[in-house]
Design a protein around this ligand. Structure first.
Ligand code: AMP
Length: 407
């Protein structure tokens, strides 16, 4: 199965290719034809399965058939509701990527930030709106969002919505949607409350589901060092110099962090390059090629930049900073230990990241064993700055993920 087999329009095929995807994931292969055939979907799939593209690609295709370029203000024709700001941003980025060669406009709205820029974007008109429920309701109540032209409604991570107490907000939003619409409903788990909610939204839905690869992390040797933030750099240099690390993919949370780690390693005589969103596609490709051909030993990446990249025989993934989204940890470490090969995933955790570590351990359903480094133990165990927020409670202990493979 290829993306060409899915009858996608050329601008989408081009965008997908640019993302480096060669084969649709199982959920994409199942859902895309159904959505294009205007079916409602009840999807049992979690983050990491490629479900975003499974709904974003066919929605882009159907919407791009009729863009009214001359309309003063574009009506919002698609609404994607998702529980967290991080997911909303990621979904927005996916629409931007897959819809890059179409003229569709999208915007992401979420709470916790000033609403002005969101209101301005809405005033200009957007075809696709990605939103978290609370802020959406706020803006609807203030008259900034009209949902009467919605043709496609996606409820993403429905079980998490329920978990986080958003179900009433979600119901209020749904009550304002036109009855005649196509609805896509995704949830990682299907407890009775979720099935009931789905029944109120969907009409004669097609069911699609993917079984998670729960053994993803089984082949990977995981460990964590507890270390002070200020000593992470020295620990990284020591680990890279000491252990028999052939090549390592090092993850940071931010672009700035990636650049800094790269500079520090280079100064210590370790060949490293960074890939992140501020670098051009060419620069990223060059850094990736250098790493693949073993000219550089360390590739430093942010989660977004590392999307879709696959490196054969990668022995080590180092989480220089822990991700605030637990699923990202599973994605990150899934880059090593492929096809039964031995891989190691090393995490550096400072006092402030312990909440992230807890979320990760809950998600993967196990404790990550600690490795002690005598030179750089965790001395400062108090959280000085604002503690990082942990993600909401998750259902299910071992949510594996679909592993990407790109030749
Ligand atoms: P999602 O489950 O939508 O969060 O996607 C998980 C990850 O898989 C993201 O990093 C996507 O960029 C990536 N992805 C989605 N579809 C494909 C595909 N067909 N091939 C390779 N990677 C993909």
């Amino acid at each position: 199965m290829t993306f060409e087999n899915l009858n996608l329009i050329e601008p989408i095929l081009r965008a997908v290719k640019k993302e480096g995807y060669t084969t649709p994931t199982p959920i994409q292969a199942q859902a895309i034809p159904l959505v294009l055939n205007r079916k409602d979907i009840l999807g049992c799939a979690q983050t990491g399965t490629g479900k975003t593209a499974a709904f974003a690609i066919p929605i882009i295709q159907l919407l791009s058939r009729e863009i009214n370029h001359h309309a003063d203000k574009r009506p919002t024709r698609s609404l994607i509701l998702t529980p967290t700001r991080e997911l909303a941003i990621q979904i927005g980025e996916s629409f931007a990527a897959y819809g890059h060669h179409t003229n569709l406009r999208y915007h992401v709205i979420f709470g916790g930030v000033n609403q002005n820029s969101q209101v301005n974007a809405l005033r200009k008109g957007v075809d696709i709106l990605v939103a978290t429920p609370g802020r959406l309701l706020d803006l609807m109540n203030q008259g900034h969002v009209k949902l009467d032209s919605i043709q496609f409604f996606v409820l993403d991570e429905a079980d998490r919505m329920l978990d986080m107490g958003f179900v009433n907000d979600v119901k209020k939003v749904i009550a304002r949607l036109p009855r005649k619409r196509q609805s896509l409903f995704f949830s990682a788990t299907m407890p009775p409350a979720i099935v009931q909610l789905a029944d109120t939204i969907l009409v004669n839905p097609s069911k699609v589901s993917v079984t998670p690869v729960s053994s993803t992390v089984d082949t990977i040797n995981q460990s964590v060092y507890f270390v002070d933030k200020k000593n992470k750099k020295n620990l990284l240099i020591e680990v890279l110099k000491g252990e028999t690390i052939d090549r390592a993919l090092v993850f940071t949370r931010t672009k700035h962090g990636a650049d800094k780690v790269t500079r520090d390693l280079s100064r210590a005589g370790i060949m490293a390059e960074a890939i992140h969103g501020n670098k051009s596609q060419n620069a990223r490709q060059k850094a990736l090629n250098n790493f693949k051909s073993r000219q550089t030993r360390v590739l430093v990446a942010t989660d977004i930049a590392a999307r879709g990249i696959d490196i054969d025989d990668l022995s080590h993934v180092i989480n220089f900073e822990l991700p605030n989204i637990p699923e990202s940890y599973v994605h990150r470490i899934g880059r090593t230990g492929r096809a039964g090969a031995n891989g190691s995933a090393i995490a550096f955790c400072d006092a402030e990241e312990k909440a992230f570590l807890n979320d990760i351990q809950r998600l993967i359903g196990r404790q990550i064993p600690e490795t002690i480094n005598e030179s750089y133990p965790l001395l400062n165990n108090t959280i000085t700055a604002e503690a990082p927020k942990s993600q909401g409670k998750r259902i299910g202990s071992n949510r594996g993920h679909w592993r990407k493979r790109i030749a």
